[in-house]
Design a protein around this ligand. Structure first.
Ligand SMILES: [Zn+2]
Ligand SMILES: [Zn+2]
Length: 161
């Protein structure tokens, strides 16, 4: 099984830190700054209850798809298009599609954008919900805001929109 990892921006130097998510703290490899990982984020089973970095209880699951790779495929396909009777465009679409479905998932924090990888599948956090995002960004002024579910998004149903 993969070791669960968490990736976040260093508060000191801003570089991306990737750390063993089961550890009590994480150290930035660039500037050496260390920060505690919040214990609230981890269930006894090892599942993810909330963010390991900021402790917020609302997270969303998304594909771990590297955008530059997707773009690269499309660009190469576009360059080749005139020479392949545009078949390359169809191949690129298929390739992107196949890649998307084979990519592993990651769980991201709405608040601090920490990325959690390799955690047990349960409890599951639903996909991105704009209502949660709006509420966290705009608070009371959010038009679509709905209050946080008790316990956050762990095991919550998928958003219906
Ligand atoms: Zn740093
Ligand atoms: Zn967070």
């Amino acid at each position: 099984m993969r070791t669960p990892t968490v990736e976040f921006d260093c508060a000191e130097c801003g570089s991306r830190v990737s750390a063993d998510a089961s550890a009590a703290s994480a150290t930035c490899t660039r500037c050496g700054a260390s920060r505690e990982l919040t214990p609230a984020g981890l269930a006894p089973s090892g599942g993810l209850l909330g963010c390991r970095v900021c402790g917020h209880l609302e997270l969303y699951t998304r594909k771990d798809f590297p955008k530059p790779l997707g773009f690269a495929i499309v660009i190469v396909a576009a360059i080749l298009a005139p020479f392949t009777n545009y078949i390359s465009l169809g191949v690129a679409a298929l390739l992107d599609f196949a890649l998307y479905f084979t990519m592993p998932e990651l769980v991201a924090c709405y608040v601090c954008d920490a990325r959690h990888r390799g955690f047990p599948a349960e409890p599951r956090h639903p996909r991105f919900d704009r209502e949660i995002d709006e509420r966290l960004k705009y608070g009371r002024r959010a038009v679509m805001g709905k209050p946080m579910r008790e316990g956050g998004t762990a095991g919550a149903p998928e958003p219906e929109h």
